[in-house]
Design a protein around this ligand. Structure first.
Ligand code: ATP
Length: 247
């Protein structure tokens, strides 16, 4: 039961534009083979936390000014995206970001850019199609013409093509109809159980996230205010009242 810890975020502080303090000492740990949820309302700091981990704050004029981020015992704070992918960590950004003018399959193949070995890459493409049969049907379509749900699938599929150990998933439910949200989370769960993929996912939809995750952290105004096993959080009166929309 005591799984190895892959990712450790220790007391990080993030400041935007040198003055806006957004994360005020966030700590969390992600065990190998788990689905860990990062919960909280709009602006709580979920995206900022994921971007701090994947070193994507620079383009937003954000900076980790305190604390450390460690993966398998190694500091990953200063790694460029390609090195991070080689370490085994990949982020699926909020809003999905497909290459609209490329086909579905070309989009998926861009995920394999750090790899060589044609046979293995083709096998992984089949694995992705196995989890997302809809993408196989639409593989020759231009990504810009696919639906929001399909674009979320493309984004996750592309991440899988880099053979990640850990996937950082930002707001997978965003803008999707409830049935599609269930479908996407169902696939995340299968990838976790069958491929051993580790997930850290940021989600405003506490309800669905706590049904699929093993463990959750709740962020409020840049601080972790509560954390625990998902089953325990689901039964917590405060979580029920403030996050699950029922008391
Ligand atoms: P959301 O669901 O809206 O993505 P979130 O929990 O992911 O919410 P963040 O996007 O991390 O929250 O934002 C946390 C806070 O940081 C917000 O108050 C936001 O306004 C602020 N913020 C985010 N990006 C920047 C930026 N580039 N410059 C200044 N402030 C920012």
């Amino acid at each position: 039961k005591t799984a190895e810890t892959l990712l450790e975020v220790n007391n990080i502080e993030v400041i935007y534009n040198h003055v806006i303090l957004v994360l005020k000492g966030v700590s969390l740990s992600v065990p190998k083979g788990g689905i860990t949820a990062l919960l909280g309302g709009n602006g709580a700091g979920k995206t900022t936390t994921l971007k701090a981990i994947s070193n994507l704050l620079g383009s937003e004029r954000g900076e980790v000014t305190k604390g450390s981020i460690v993966y398998r015992g190694k500091r990953i704070q200063d790694l460029d995206p390609a090195s991070l992918v080689k370490t085994g960590v990949i982020q699926v950004m909020e809003g999905r970001h497909c290459f609209e003018h490329l086909t579905v399959e070309e989009n998926l193949m861009t995920g394999a850019y750090t790899r060589s070995g044609k046979g293995e890459i083709e096998a992984d493409l089949e694995m992705v199609y196995n989890y997302f049969p809809r993408l196989k049907v639409r593989r020759k379509s231009q990504a810009g013409y696919t639906s929001g749900g399909e674009q979320q699938m493309i984004a996750i599929g592309r991440a899988l093509m880099s053979r990640p150990e850990t996937i950082l998933l930002d707001e997978p439910s965003m803008g999707l109809a409830p049935q599609l949200v269930e479908e996407i989370f169902g696939i995340v769960k299968s990838l976790n159980e069958e491929q051993g993929a580790t997930f850290l996912l940021a989600e405003q939809n506490t309800n669905v996230a706590l049904r699929f995750a093993h463990y959750g952290y709740i962020l409020e105004s840049g601080r972790v205010v509560m954390d625990g096993e998902a089953a325990a959080l689901r039964e917590n009166p405060d979580v029920k009242e403030f996050y699950l929309g029922m008391s």
